[in-house]
Ligand binder design. Structure first.
Ligand code: CU
Length: 617
């Protein structure tokens, strides 16, 4: 304890932003209230309005969320923390939807920095996917239109604003979005208070109790204060029965390897069952005693506290996870105080072995594209390209509906990169070069994030469907993402596809869907239920997903030649970086119908002249 005091407030608070080697010190003021505060449970967001299309019967639920500043108290003896969160809380309110019910979520910027919102895990149309340059400025709002047509899953909504995603997410802009699928009910998983959101983060505080900002970080912000649902090192009182724990790692830069131990028997890792991940249910339940969860990944675990009645179980984190920095207490997460009585014995049965049938892409032995994630010239790049490299940042043009294998490479021993590909659910085929292969629960899952650990090569396979349009892929270490390890792919429109779509959503910056200035007339029930939601409902944006999937399959089955790309898939002139005074045309049109070969993936481009005011390290 004396050690804590010596290394406390004065020496290692704000001055030492670079990581200090070793496990014993603090960067933040010493935190002493371990397991003294209850785990907060984010409240559910109520539906504000609802609209049913009189012809199709299709339901759209409307939610409205204000992005606004608020304060919280993390250190009881220091000053408050200044945060900016969805509805003034962090994590934001939990949005709950039923599979098949579409949603419109209006995000209203009542804060001081621009935002963009990504619903992570949703195959939203490009203009509603949170494209980093599709900013909503303070005083504006944007209506995001979501399909909820995929399998049930735990999604999350979080900031994706160009160059300051790390700040926005870290200061509070992250929340859960849980899509319930009736197909899950047959499994009898724990429900209600036995179904607990677990949002991990790791932060660093200043000597006054306020947050240290990631704004000037260019490498990583690992943080030394571990939070669950916004509370450092909390406790949760549980009953001696099964719980469903829905983990999300919302940290800026820290990956976790979680395990549980009984306080009276430390060193012995307790068993649990992994049942779901990014895209919902696993194919089979997977027994485990450690859960590796990197930034933006979701894993759902059934943990049975029955054997630990009237005792305490602590959730811990391994040290030496990848190349992350450890601090005094980054090996601790939270405590479960297990009572002696079960008040509700329902939904407490054995976890079935077979859980679901995954819609895995048809196997393929070739590698279509290779992407190297690396540090180059003081920037984080993908195949030498940054997101600021507007002319070159579209690194792939998979024709709509094609299945591709992407090889992701990290040749560094110094850092890891959780890679997120928007739009698709992918299967992890292989992992080589590092200390581990494909983890058992990864092998049973469809994912949208995969950790590319130190020196690892990971192959992922996905079908680039159902929509066409331009989407991002990037590292989910938010410091790397901001500086500028992000690129795009264009799921190319098919000229001769023949499916009758009445609306196109190719361009994430299409003017029609951009943010608007706050106007009270646009916030009335009459406007929203009488004009706005009927407009979305009439777009035919999502209603025919199954038919499109089938039409795409038929298209490729019947073809004897390669796919024919549309003459012009995207011709946007609105995609210059917002920090730029110059407008550049971003999206090159497709000139060749031929399926791209792997050569497209290894191009090295000369940097375009920077037109941005982007900060350089
Ligand atoms: Cu990275």
């Amino acid at each position: 304890m004396a050690n804590f005091l010596v290394f406390g407030l004065v020496f290692f608070s704000t001055l030492f932003t670079a990581a200090i080697a070793g496990d014993s010190e603090w960067l933040s003021p010493v935190y002493t209230e371990f397991y003294q505060n209850p785990l907060p449970i984010p409240q559910d967001k109520p539906v504000k309005y609802q609209y049913t299309n009189p012809i199709t019967g299709k339901v759209i639920k409307y939610f409205e969320i204000d992005i606004k500043p608020f304060q919280a108290q993390v250190y009881s003896k220091l000053g408050p923390v200044n945060l900016v969160g969805y509805d003034g809380m962090s994590p934001g309110p939990t949005i709950r939807v039923e599979k098949g019910e579409e949603t419109v979520v209006r995000f209203v910027n009542r804060a001081s920095m621009a935002n963009s919102v990504h619903l992570h895990g949703s195959n939203s149309r490009a203009p509603f996917d949170g494209w980093a340059e599709d900013l909503t400025q303070p005083g504006q709002y944007k209506d995001y239109y979501y399909p909820n047509g995929q399998r049930g899953r735990t999604l999350w909504y979080h900031d994706h604003a160009i160059e300051h995603t790390a700040e926005n997410a870290y200061f509070g802009q992250a929340g859960l979005y849980i899509m319930h699928d009736p197909d899950e009910d047959r499994l009898g998983f724990p429900k209600g208070t036995y179904d607990v959101p677990m949002v991990l983060s790791s932060k660093q505080y200043k000597s006054n109790g306020d947050l240290f900002s990631p704004a000037s970080e260019t490498v990583s912000l690992y943080g030394d204060v571990i939070h669950m649902n916004g509370q450092p090192w909390p406790y949760l009182k549980v009953e001696p029965r099964k719980y469903r724990l829905r983990f999300l790692n919302a940290a800026v830069s820290r990956a976790f390897q979680l395990y549980f131990e009984k306080d009276t028997k430390t060193g012995t890792k307790l068993p649990f069952t992994v049942v779901a991940s990014d895209s919902g249910l696993l194919s089979t339940s997977v027994s485990a005693s450690t859960l590796e969860i990197s930034m933006a990944e979701r894993y759902e675990v059934i943990f049975d506290f029955a054997a630990y009645a009237n005792s305490n179980v602590t959730m811990r984190n391994n040290r030496d996870v990848q190349a992350d920095e450890d601090y005094n207490s980054t090996d601790k997460v939270m405590k479960f105080i297990v009572g002696g009585n079960v008040t509700d014995p329902t939904n407490n049965g054995a976890v079935p072995s077979a859980l679901s049938t995954l819609d895995t892409p048809a196997p393929k032995s070739t590698v279509d594209r290779t992407f190297k994630f690396e540090r180059s010239g003081g920037e984080w790049v993908i195949n030498g390209v940054t997101f600021a490299d507007v002319k070159n940042r579209i690194l792939a043009k998979p024709p709509r509906g094609t299945t591709e294998v992407w090889q992701l490479e990290n040749n560094s021993g110094g850092w890891s990169h959780p890679v997120h590909i928007h739009l698709v659910d992918f299967q992890i085929i292989s992992r080589t070069g590092g200390k581990r292969g494909v983890l058992p629960y990864e092998a049973a899952a469809l994912k949208d994030v995969v950790l590319l650990g130190v020196n690892e090569k990971v192959k992922v396979i996905a079908k680039y469907a159902p929509w066409d349009g331009v989407y991002m892929f990037h590292c989910h270490n938010l410091i790397h993402e901001d500086h500028d390890m992000m690129a795009a792919f264009n799921v190319s429109a098919l000229q001769d596809f023949g499916y009758p779509e009445t609306t196109k959503f190719l361009d994430p910056m299409e003017q029609r869907w951009r943010s608007k200035t706050i106007d009270p007339a646009m916030f009335t029930e009459e406007y929203i239920t009488g004009t706005l939601l009927p407009m979305f409902s009439g777009l035919d944006a999502y209603g025919s997903e199954d038919k499109i999937e089938k039409a795409l399959d038929d298209y490729y089955k019947t073809r004897t030649t390669g796919p024919v790309a549309a003459a012009s898939t995207v011709a946007s002139s609105t995609t210059a970086r917002t920090s730029s005074s110059t407008t550049l045309s971003t999206f090159s049109t497709i000139t060749s119908a031929a399926k791209t070969s792997s050569s497209s993936s290894t191009k090295t481009t000369s940097k375009t002249t920077s037109t941005t005011t982007k900060k350089k390290d």
